[in-house]
Design a protein around this ligand. Structure first.
Ligand SMILES: Cc1cc2nc3c(=O)[nH]c(=O)nc-3n(C[C@H](O)[C@H](O)[C@H](O)COP(=O)(O)O)c2cc1C
Length: 509
C-alpha cells in the first residue's frame, strides 16, 4: 500500500456532517425548498462533476412545522472523491488511483458488528395504524418519476434463512400508500438470492428492514457487491476501524445501526399477487428506467427514528457534468471489486483498474503487464463470470502498462492503434446476465419479473499489443514498432536548451 490511512468512526450521520462542515465540504440551505421536483433539481445541478458540496435542506415545504415528524433532507455526502477519501480516513486530495488500491484492502477487511441493547434510533417507535410514510419529506425527485422515492440511499437489510447472515444493499423504493413501499430488485442481486431461499422455505413474505442515514460507510458498502456470504456490516467495521453497533428491530429479527436516523421495518411480499405498481425512476444510467410494472412491496410494520431525524437521500443518474454519488462511489469500489475478482481468479500482471465516474462502472478499464497471449480475454472472462459483474462491466477495455487509464486521451490512443477488429481484439460475449434498466437493450429484455434480471451483450476491447503477432527483428524482437517519443538523453539535451530557445513559457512536458 502506498498511502497510510487512519480509520475514522464518525459515530453517525451527524458526526459525518460535522466532519464535512469542518472540511468545507457541506452546505446548508435555509430557504424554503419544495419537495416536489425543486429539491431534486437543486441537488442534481449542485453536484457538478464531483465538485459540488454535500447538501442539507433545512426548510422543506409542508414539512417545516415545529411538530413535523421529519424536517430535513441530506444528500450528496459521497458525491466527490474528496469525501470518499475522508470516509477512508485519508487526505481529501488523495488520488482516485490510491482510493481504488485502498478500497481493495478495505473490501477484504472485516471487523464484525457489536450488538447493543438500545440506541438513539429507538427514540421514537411508530407501529400499526400510526405508520404513515407521507410524514417524511420524501422528494418527488424528478418530473418523470413514477412517484415519491423514499428509498434512494437506504440500506436494505435481509437475512439468509439458512445461514442467518445478513445482507445490506441499496434498492430503490417508492411510496405507494401509508405503509407500502414497492422496490426494484433483481434475482441475481444478493437480496434476490434471499428471496429465492425464503420462497424455497415456503414463505410468502420475507422480513426486511431499511436503515436510512448513518455513517458514510453504510451507503458505500450497501451499494457495493460485497462477496456473497460476507455481511456488509463487517466491511463497514473495516472502513471505520471499529465494530458497527447494531440494535435489534422491533417487529422483525434483523439488526440495524443503533444510531441510524430512521429505520423502516416490515415484510417483503414474495407472491406476485401482492406486487404493487412501481417506477419509472431517473436511474443510474442517466435515463428514466425500470418501467412502471408490479414489483415486490414492503408491508411496513414499524418505523423507528431519532428525534428530529434527517432523511438521507440521493439523486440518482450520472450525466456528463453531473456525477451522482453512485457513480463516484462506483468508480472506486467497482474498480476495487473487479481488481479483487481478477486476483482471486488468478489473472496475473494487473497493474491498475479504473471505472471513469461518469457512468457508474459500466465501462471497466484494466491496465496489465501481459506476458502471454490471451491474457486480456482471461481478465474479461473473470470479471464477467463473477457475481460482481451482474450490473456492471458491460464493456471491458484492456491496455498495456504504458497506458494511463486515468487519461482518456491515452486510452483512446491505445484503442486507435493497438486494436485490430479482424484479429480478435473485439470480442462480444452475447446474452449474459446484465442490468435490467439499460436503455440500449430491448424493452422486453428489461423485464425483471419475466426473466429475473436483464440481458447484456458484453464487449471486450483488447487494446494491448497483440502477442499473437510474430516478434519482429526490425523492432528488436518486439511486436510493435518503437513509439516516436524521443529517448531520455535526447529529451534532456533538448530541455537543457529550452530557455535559450525562448520556449520556457511553453509546455515542456
Ligand atoms: C443509489 C443507489 C441506488 C441503487 N438502486 C438499486 C436498485 O433499485 N435495485 C438494485 O437491484 N440495485 C440497486 N443499486 C445497486 C445495488 O445496491 C448494488 O448492486 C449492491 O451491490 C447490491 O447489494 P448486494 O451486492 O448485497 O446484492 C443501487 C445502488 C446505489 C448506490
Amino acid at each position: 500500500m502506498t498511502v497510510e490511512r487512519k480509520p475514522v468512526a464518525f459515530g453517525d450521520l451527524r458526526g459525518w456532517i460535522k466532519a464535512l462542515q469542518a472540511a468545507g465540504e457541506f452546505h446548508e440551505i435555509e430557504a424554503q425548498v419544495d419537495w416536489n421536483i425543486e429539491l431534486g433539481t437543486i441537488l442534481r445541478l449542485a453536484q457538478g462533476a464531483g465538485t459540488g458540496p454535500a447538501l442539507m435542506f433545512n426548510n422543506i415545504k409542508d414539512y417545516n412545522r415545529p411538530d413535523s415528524r421529519c424536517r430535513r433532507v441530506f444528500g450528496g455526502g459521497l458525491a466527490s472523491h474528496r469525501r470518499v477519501a475522508m470516509m477512508f480516513g485519508l487526505a481529501p486530495d488523495t488520488h482516485p488511483r490510491e482510493l481504488v488500491k485502498i478500497g481493495r484492502t478495505i473490501l477484504n477487511g472485516s471487523i464484525p458488528p457489536k450488538i447493543v441493547k438500545d440506541g438513539p434510533v429507538k427514540e421514537n417507535v411508530v407501529t400499526g395504524k400510526d405508520v404513515d410514510l407521507y410524514e417524511f419529506p420524501t422528494p418527488y425527485w424528478n418530473r418523470l418519476d413514477g412517484g415519491r422515492y423514499l428509498l434512494t440511499y437506504g440500506g436494505v437489510v435481509t437475512k439468509d434463512p439458512e445461514s442467518g447472515i445478513m445482507n445490506v444493499g441499496i434498492y430503490r423504493g417508492m411510496i405507494a400508500g401509508r405503509d407500502q413501499i414497492p422496490i426494484l430488485m433483481w434475482r441475481a442481486q444478493h437480496i434476490g438470492h434471499h428471496v429465492t431461499a425464503w420462497q424455497h422455505g415456503g414463505s410468502a413474505e420475507m422480513p426486511i428492514a431499511v436503515a436510512i442515514g448513518w455513517e458514510p460507510s453504510f451507503g458505500f458498502c450497501a451499494g457495493t457487491p460485497v462477496t456473497k456470504g460476507v455481511c456488509e456490516y463487517d466491511v463497514m467495521g473495516a472502513i471505520r476501524g471499529q465494530p458497527v453497533e447494531l440494535v435489534k428491530c422491533e417487529t422483525v429479527d434483523l439488526y440495524v445501526p443503533a444510531s441510524a436516523e430512521i429505520v423502516i421495518e416490515g415484510y417483503l411480499g414474495l407472491d406476485p399477487a401482492t406486487y404493487i405498481m412501481e417506477g419509472p425512476f431517473a436511474e443510474v444510467t442517466g435515463y428514466v428506467g425500470g418501467e412502471r410494472l408490479p414489483k415486490p412491496s414492503i408491508r411496513v410494520t414499524c418505523i423507528t427514528h431519532r428525534n428530529d431525524p434527517i432523511l438521507r437521500g440521493t439523486i440518482e443518474g450520472a450525466l456528463p457534468g453531473s456525477y451522482s454519488e453512485n457513480a463516484i462511489c462506483s468508480s472506486i469500489m467497482r474498480a476495487a471489486t473487479a481488481w479483487n475478482v481478477l486476483d482471486r481468479a488468478g489473472v496475473p500482471g494487473i497493474t491498475d483498474v479504473w471505472c471513469p465516474p461518469v457512468h457508474a462502472g459500466m465501462n471497466l478499464l484494466i491496465q496489465m503487464k501481459q506476458t502471454y497471449r490471451g491474457q486480456a480475454k482471461q481478465a474479461a472472462n473473470a470479471v464477467w463470470g463473477s457475481s460482481a459483474g451482474h450490473v456492471r462491466y458491460k464493456h471491458v477495455t484492456v491496455v498495456d502498462d504504458d497506458i494511463d487509464i486515468h487519461d482518456y486521451a491515452a486510452v483512446d490512443w491505445a484503442i486507435a492503434y493497438r486494436v485490430n477488429a479482424g484479429e480478435d481484439d473485439i470480442v462480444i460475449m452475447p446474452s449474459t446476465f446484465g442490468m435490467g434498466i439499460d436503455p440500449s437493450t430491448r424493452r422486453r429484455d428489461r423485464n425483471a419479473v419475466l426473466f429475473g434480471t436483464g440481458k447484456w451483450n458484453r464487449l471486450l476491447i483488447d487494446a494491448t499489443m497483440n502477442l499473437d503477432y510474430d516478434p519482429d527483428p526490425d523492432y528488436g524482437g518486439a511486436r510493435f514498432p518503437p513509439i516516436v517519443w524521443p529517448g531520455k538523453a535526447d529529451v534532456e539535451a533538448a530541455q537543457a536548451r529550452w530557455q535559450e530557445l525562448g520556449l520556457e513559457r511553453h509546455n515542456r512536458r
